[in-house]
Write a protein that binds this ligand. Sequence first.
Ligand code: HEC
Length: 170
Amino acid sequence: MTARALIALALGLAACGGKSFEGPMRFGDKVVEARVLDRGHDVFNRYCATCHGTDGKAQTAQSQNLDPKPRDFTAAHFKHKLAEGDALPTDLELKKVVRHGVPGTGMPGWPNLDEDDLDAIIQYIKTFSPRWQSEAPPSKTSSGNAPGNAPENQQPSGSDGDQKTVRPAP
Ligand code: HEC
């Protein structure tokens, strides 16, 4: 079999819902297991793909009729978050949008979605853009507290001398 045929076969399998993640993925400081991503993939395709697309690009028949358009997750620009500018939303912010929807737009709310399914979906959304692997959303306590300034990183100076190991005399 040619390489091309193999690739076609692999793509075909993926399209049938047989896609599975081979290992955990890291988003910011969070590691997400493959089985969670697989679950997110299934639930996303069931509930969200009609508008957001199985490829996350939101170029579906349904999305043509919507204004504003459903979010393209491969671009990873988000509106509903506290952080200014183009920062990524937190997991909590993503969950809120999915739970409650966005009133006045085509984005419905999913109040009865199982909590584990919800978590799996929002992790899965992050697999559409590499942004999630290189950037972390601002943490809740981010105001002016750069990592290097954390008190635990500030060594008291001159304490080394006190810690000499005392060796028994030969
Ligand atoms: C009927 C179409 C439709 C379905 C189904 C749908 N969405 Fe959306 N979604 C939208 C639209 C439209 C927007 C844009 C809303 C806006 O611009 O505020 C959106 C926006 C979003 C956003 C972006 C929020 C932001 O901050 O920019 C997320 C996340 C999201 N949807 C997740 C989901 C998930 C997860 C599901 C499945 C559980 C889902 N959507 C199902 C239409 C849909």
